[in-house]
Design a protein around this ligand. Structure first.
Ligand SMILES: [Ca+2]
Ligand SMILES: [Ca+2]
Ligand SMILES: [Ca+2]
Ligand SMILES: [Ca+2]
Length: 717
């Protein structure tokens, strides 16, 4: 009795103190409480004594972030958002062109290379500076830079002599000949080009240091193995030890320091070379590292294996920014945009390949395989400043990395990306990071889904649909069914910051993880259309992470054909997330097993923050926040424990708006789901306190005005 006045007093005191911020019920906390678990119970922390579990300790090439992100699935949002923020901040045409000042070197390409690439692949750098300091001579800087290049690459200026005399006396000296060639380059261009050459010499030296334990024969073997690699890898067929052999010999920090220097050197040169009005000229120099060509001529040209091409007139054709067994660095700066044609482009295999296309003209890029931003034991980057561009290739690129980093960075314009087979548009193969980043414009991303055209027929769709492994796809090599050589998948991210975009693909696409891979599709703004088929749109299979994050707009997500395993679907120890932020009115349509569904021990989340949404699933299929039930969850298999000890969570949350939850019967029109609806809860499966094994829980709710605390620190876009 005596306590009552005190309690009232305390209540009054609380009421008098203005709250610092409006408290709100956290929809995630409520879901966790209802399921009887805590946030720390989400995700996976596997133990190596479980039988049959491919523990990360036994899988080579696991990326440094993977285990921690696999343990904390809700952190996937911040992980994706920070990648997207980097694109939003740094990949603006103005930022690429902006001159540095005394306080800030404004090295946006270096920083993008770090945030999107090296930080996720190996750590090592934290984005301060590429530390370029080229030191050209005051007089005749380009002549001296060329001489330095010839010396460092092993062909110093010398002429044949014998008996103390030279024989072809009438010839000018080698320096005089080089000076005549250098004199063709207009004066104002000489200093910036000298600085670029000197920077690239240093870049190449670091790259070669990084590859010092990779003999030439091994490099040739790797190039010879490329034609079979992509299709053989995911299911572990056709093991070629050359990849493991080379991986053992790589000095990552040296290799990528050189790559980052080359990347930034190109942006520096783009800013330093004065624009327009130069007389026509062609400068050529052969070196053991490949040809150097500065060209402002009227003729189209192609160098077979260039070290550096600077093209001022848009005439460059042929291989550009593409490495070879004896050419570990190749760079092209295209100051009048890319001229077209089909050729090896922006491919960094055992080294670094960079293509930078400046200006606002539309460019068309075409290659066959391994290009348009492909990296393997190195970095391949294609950077396009602006214009409405078209990109087309078969496989292995448009931001694809396999044991390396591939970046396709497009800063502006309405662009069309066409991938005719797969493994691209943000593809992280084994030990790789691949990012397609597009800063603005209304873009179309197309990956051919018809297996009759693309090959890669996937049995999940009766061999009619291609397994594209594209548009934010992280893919490993699972050797557990064949030769035992497993390679952890990498990070594949498709990051589009602005615009009304269309994403079309077949199977294994649009935020998909496979075998230690992490696949992210992040779209920052606009009304977007997502069309794909199976294992797609925030999905994954076998020890992986897949997420589709859409920050704003009225979006349409449609699964076609057999239309399943998507929209937040996990299969076999996968964190799968579909997160749609903002108040957009969206439509999500699938046929089977989709929409916040966890199977074979997964963590699946579907979260839509607001708007009047429509959800469509076939009648009688699992979805809308659910889990499967299997005997091994309650009864340990006789010879292993993993499937018994592992946990599983399926969550569906719609946090506002007037929504329609529809089920499509075999015949007739879709009808409202009997359980799901506005301001309802359904599919609650709480933790069984008597269970000895891992929990198997689910929760689904439509919450008017609900909030998810883990999203609140990140401002709406
Ligand atoms: Ca664009
Ligand atoms: Ca968009
Ligand atoms: Ca959107
Ligand atoms: Ca919505």
């Amino acid at each position: 009795m005596a306590t009552r006045p005190l309690a009232l007093l305390l209540l009054a005191a609380c009421a008098a103190v203005p709250a610092r911020s409006e408290p709100f019920p956290d929809a995630i906390a409520e879901a966790l409480a209802a399921m009887g678990i805590a946030e720390k119970d989400l995700g996976y922390r596997p133990l190596a004594h479980w039988g049959r579990y491919p523990h990360p300790r036994t899988i080579p090439h696991v990326l440094p972030f993977f285990e921690d992100l696999h343990a904390r699935p809700l952190d996937t949002y911040g992980f994706a958002r920070t990648l997207g923020n980097a694109v939003d901040e740094l990949l603006q045409p103005a930022k690429l062109r902006e001159a540095p000042d005394a306080k800030d070197r404004k090295e946006s390409l270096f920083r993008l290379g770090v945030v999107l690439g090296t930080d996720r692949l190996l750590g090592a750098f934290r984005g301060y500076s590429a530390n370029l300091d080229p030191q050209p001579w005051d007089r005749e800087p380009l002549l001296h830079a060329c001489e330095t290049l010839l010396e460092r690459s092993g062909k110093p200026l010398r002429r044949p002599m014998s008996f103390g005399a030279q024989f072809a006396k009438e010839e000018p000296s080698p320096r005089a000949k080089l000076r005549t060639e250098v004199d063709k380059v207009p004066g104002p261009l000489q200093l910036p080009l000298a600085r670029l050459l000197l920077n690239l010499i240093e870049a190449r030296e670091w790259i070669d240091l990084g590859l010092r334990d990779v003999p030439f024969e091994m490099r040739e073997r790797l190039f010879a193995a490329l034609p079979r690699l992509l299709e053989e890898t995911p299911d572990g067929m056709g093991y070629d030890p050359v990849f493991d052999d080379i991986a053992k010999g790589i000095d990552g920090p040296s290799l990528y320091y050189g790559c980052l220097k080359a990347l930034q050197a190109v942006q520096d040169a783009r800013r330093e070379v004065p624009e327009g009005g130069h007389p026509a000229f062609v400068f050529r120099l052969d070196t053991p590292w490949g040809a150097v060509r500065f060209d402002n001529g009227a003729e189209e040209f192609a160098e077979e294996g260039p070290f550096l091409v600077v093209d001022l007139a848009g005439r460059a054709r042929g291989p550009l920014g593409a490495t070879a067994p004896r050419r570990s660095l190749s760079v092209a700066l295209l100051l009048a945009g890319a001229g077209g044609g089909k050729a090896p482009l922006a491919s960094g295999i055992l080294g670094c390949g960079v293509v930078y296309a400046a200006g606002d003209a539309g460019s068309s890029y075409a290659t066959d395989r391994y290009g348009l931003g492909f990296g393997m034991f190195g970095l391949g980057a294609l950077v396009d400043e602006g214009g409405d561009d078209s990109y087309e290739m078969a496989a292995g690129g448009m931001g694809a990395g396999v044991f390396g980093i591939g970046l396709l960075l497009d800063a502006g314009g309405n662009d069309a990306y066409r991938l005719l087979e797969g493994d691209g548009q943000g593809f992280g193969g084994p030990g790789g990071v691949g990012v397609l980043a597009d800063r603005s414009g209304d873009d179309t991303y197309f990956a051919e889904r018809d297996a009759a055209k693309a090959g890669r027929a996937d049995y999940h769709s009766a061999d009619k649909v291609a397994a594209n492994n594209a548009q934010g796809a992280g893919f490993g090599r699972r050797g557990d069914g064949s030769d035992g050589h497993s390679w952890a998948g990498g990070l594949g991210a498709l990051l589009d910051a602005e615009g009304k975009d269309t994403y079309e693909a077949g199977n294994f696409s649009q935020g998909i993880g496979y075998w230690y891979g992490t696949g992210i599709l992040w779209d920052g703004r606009g009304d977007d259309v997502y069309e794909s088929v199976y294992f797609t749109q925030g999905s994954g299979a076998h020890f992986a992470i897949g997420a589709l994050v859409d920050e704003a707009g009225n979006d349409r997500h449609t699964l076609l054909e057999n239309a399943g395993a998507g929209l937040g679907f996990g299969w076999d120890v996968v964190n799968a997330l579909l997160i749609d932020r903002g108040a957009g009115s969206d439509r999500y349509e699938a046929k089977i097993i989709s929409t916040g569904l966890a199977e074979v021990r997964s963590n699946a989340f579907f979260l839509d923050e607001g708007g009047d949404d429509t959800y469509v699933l076939d009648a009688g299929t699992k979805g809308f926040g659910d889990v499967d039930e299997r005997k091994e969850y309650t009864d340990p298999p006789k010879t292993s424990t993993a499937s018994f000890e592992l946990t599983q969570v399926g969550v569906f949350l719609d946090l506002g708006g007037k929504d329609a939850y529809l089920r499509r019967p075999k015949e007739g029109e879709p009808a409202p789901d009997p359980e799901a609806g506005d301001n309802r809860r359904w599919n609650l499966r709480a933790r069984d306190p008597r269970a000895a094994g891992g929990f198997n829980v689910s929760f689904a709710a439509d919450v008017e005005g609900g909030k998810a605390r883990f999203l609140v620190p990140w401002p709406a876009r």
